[in-house]
Ligand binder design. Structure first.
Ligand code: HEC
Length: 245
């Protein structure tokens, strides 16, 4: 009985994450088999996120190979740390203590984030920053209130203005942010921005489980083998019992 309680208790954070507050998550609908999307995602990640977040459990070379990026292009366009070698782990040199001072919390490693939070959470999170002058970096986030991260993609999205709705919270009327609308100063249109985020989330899903596609293919082969083997075993069975029946 005690074990059951411990188990249920251990599940609690998972339930909390899955719920993502009371804000409905948008579907990422990313496709981990789409190499072009993964390449675009890697590019956005290295340009806009890697300055703060490492993905220290993967190596540059492996990423390039898996995503079909020629190694020289990887070196020239996606490796900004001149001291890093192609076989190195994708770490960055931000001192954790200073980062914690600058942002309140050090930027976490993102290799496994997609597995912890889920792709839909990431997709919604990166499209839910909104202008909030009361925050240190001038932005807040609908599904991550008081977030310590600045809006790293404002250049692409433009300034995301909050869209309010008045609802009853604990019997009191309150204005709550229910969505964002960019002010049109970004490099991308709304749908292009959504696509860029889908690619970025796709890359993060790949980072969290680089052998996913391979494993699924292997699974198919294994099933096929079992099917063929069942046929062979059946024929053998018939052969053994032919004289007995
Ligand atoms: C200027 C530094 C900085 C940049 C650039 C940046 N982040 Fe962050 N990020 C942070 C900090 C700091 C946090 C921690 C926020 C907190 O816990 O309040 C964070 C948190 C996150 C989280 C939440 C992790 C979790 O599970 O709690 C995700 C996901 C994330 N960042 C993704 C990204 C992506 C994707 C990019 C690139 C588009 C990016 N970040 C760019 C500083 C940065």
């Amino acid at each position: 009985m005690k074990k059951l309680f411990v188990f249920l208790f251990a599940l609690l954070p998972a339930i909390g994450f899955a719920a993502g507050g009371n804000f409905a998550l948008d579907k990422a609908n990313n496709d981990i088999r789409d190499h072009a999307s993964l390449q675009r995602g890697a590019q956005t990640f290295m340009n806009y996120c890697f300055g703060c977040h490492a993905t220290q459990y993967q190596r540059y070379e492996r990423v390039a190979t898996d995503l079909g990026i020629p190694l020289d292009l990887m070196r020239e366009n996606l490796m900004f740390d001149s001291s890093a070698a192609i076989g190195d782990l994708m770490t960055n040199n931000i001192p954790e203590k200073d980062a914690a001072k600058w942002f309140g919390t050090a930027p976490p490693d993102l290799t496994l984030t997609a597995r912890v939070r889920g792709v839909d959470w990431l997709y919604t999170y990166l499209r839910s920053f909104y202008e909030d002058p009361s925050r240190p970096f001038g932005v807040n986030n609908i599904i991550f209130p008081s977030v310590g991260m600045p809006h790293a993609l404002e250049e692409l999205q433009g300034v995301p203005k909050p869209v309010y709705e008045t609802t009853l919270v604990d019997g009191e009327e309150q204005r709550v942010v229910v969505g964002v609308k960019a002010d049109g100063t970004g490099e991308l249109s709304q749908s292009e921005y959504d696509d860029a985020i889908r690619d970025l989330v796709n890359f993060l899903e790949y980072a969290g489980d680089p052998v996913q596609v391979e494993r699924e293919q292997m699974g198919l082969w294994a099933l096929l083998f079992l099917l063929v083997f069942t046929g062979v075993a059946f024929l053998l069975y018939k052969e053994y019992w032919r004289d007995i029946h």
